[in-house]
Design a protein around this ligand. Structure first.
Ligand SMILES: *[C@@H]1O[C@H](CO)[C@@H](O)[C@H](O)[C@H]1NC(C)=O
Ligand SMILES: *[C@@H]1O[C@H](CO)[C@@H](O)[C@H](O)[C@H]1NC(C)=O
Ligand SMILES: *[C@@H]1O[C@H](CO)[C@@H](O)[C@H](O)[C@H]1NC(C)=O
Length: 331
């Protein structure tokens, strides 16, 4: 047992030594890392490694946060399976699966197995977008797994909230249980149903509100939701996938949507090199009209206080909303 631990430690140290001489945004199958070591995206925006949330009394988690900002976690690998002590080890195997091991080298969390091919050389990389990917380091660099397919409570720019039509992936965000506990909380936010996709907030299985991510007149291709020069959101529907996604057009502004443990969905920004804290720009569901069913089956809220009938749209039990005041978020 002690021999095993010793060899593990030596292996880690060797790997750490190797790692410093390689690009620090990637991990190769011959390398491992433990608490204290992280991957940093090449643009220095994101960091992947071990963290202890909130008051530090809970478990140890593996995840991604913003580099050089007060701890703001954007993704958690083992949200429901914390490490109970201070030891965890990350390793990518030769077949391209990522593992999180505990002290006794039990696999606490791992990615799914990837269909293997002869010429596959896996590498783990933290991309500039905050997406952690496992890709082929040779050949055409095909991505086989990505953390953006398994979001936790945060929607980052370019993350696709929605699903692939082959049924392989459905990306939803779900709140933390509390600000100190990343495990799955009560609230989720997703795109559903398949026939007429809308953004839906749920508490458990109960629908709280829904909001169509498009104006109702266009149901295919790309519908741009705003002409704002900084923020661009789109609902995309094609033969392969259906999703909602947004983009930040100014590279010096970090932004994220977060679903809080309280169920609020908030949008925050941070100006690189000038902000001292996250700027809350909008709370999506603070409007009383947002409560599901408030305006009746055909009702739709257009302003903060009034409900209007939207009778042109016939699909029963469906409400359409325009994405509200997006253009004014930055004014
Ligand atoms: C390590 O993980 C394995 C597999 O999940 C588990 O059976 C074992 O109890 C864990 N050991 C510790 C010390 O947590
Ligand atoms: C990349 O390579 C993989 C495996 O060799 C192959 O399945 C895939 O079609 C290739 N993708 C492109 C875009 O060439
Ligand atoms: C922020 O500051 C760093 C270091 O001075 C600089 O390299 C970087 O370009 C700055 N970024 C922006 C967006 O101003």
């Amino acid at each position: 047992m002690s021999t095993l631990l010793l060899s593990t430690c030596i292996c880690s140290l060797v790997s750490l030594g190797l790692q410093t001489s390689l690009s620090a945004d990637t991990l190769k199958p011959s390398q491992t890392f433990v608490q204290g070591f992280t991957l940093i995206s090449s643009n220095q925006r994101f960091e992947f490694g071990f963290f202890r949330p909130g008051n530090g009394l809970g478990g140890l988690y593996l995840g991604t946060w913003y580099h050089n900002l007060p701890l703001t976690v954007v993704w958690v690998a083992n949200r429901n399976k914390p490490l109970r002590d201070s030891f965890g080890q990350v390793a990518l195997d030769e077949k391209g699966a990522l593992f999180l091991f505990n002290r006794s080298m039990g696999a606490v969390w791992s990615t799914d197995k990837i269909p293997t091919m002869d010429s596959f050389t896996p590498v783990l990389q933290l991309l500039d977008t905050g997406n952690l990917v496992i890709r082929d380091d040779g050949g055409n660099r095909t991505i086989f797994w990505e953390s953006f397919d398994f979001p936790t409570d945060t929607l980052l720019p370019n993350l696709k909230l929605g699903w692939n039509l082959d049924g392989g992936v459905n990306r939803i965000i779900r709140s933390w249980k509390s600000i100190d506990d990343p495990s799955e909380g009560e609230y989720s936010f997703c795109l559903e149903p398949h026939e007429a996709p809308q953004l839906v907030l749920r508490s458990g299985s109960k629908k709280l509100f829904r909001r169509a991510p498009w104006d109702g007149s266009s149901f295919s291709g790309i519908t741009s939701l705003t002409t704002n020069p900084l923020f661009q959101a789109a609902y995309i529907y094609n033969s392969v996938e259906v999703y909602f996604q947004y983009e930040m057009l100014d590279d010096s502004i970090l932004s994220r949507f977060l679903i809080l443990p309280s169920g609020l969905i908030q949008y925050f920004t941070w100006r690189v090199n000038s902000s001292k804290e996250w700027n809350l720009l909008v709370t999506i569901n603070s409007d009383p009209c947002d409560n599901y069913g408030k305006c009746g089956n055909y009702g739709s809220c257009y302003t903060l206080s009034s409900c209007k009938l939207f009778s042109q749209y016939h699909k029963s039990n469906t409400m359409l909303f325009s994405f509200p005041r997006v253009g004014s978020w930055f004014s």
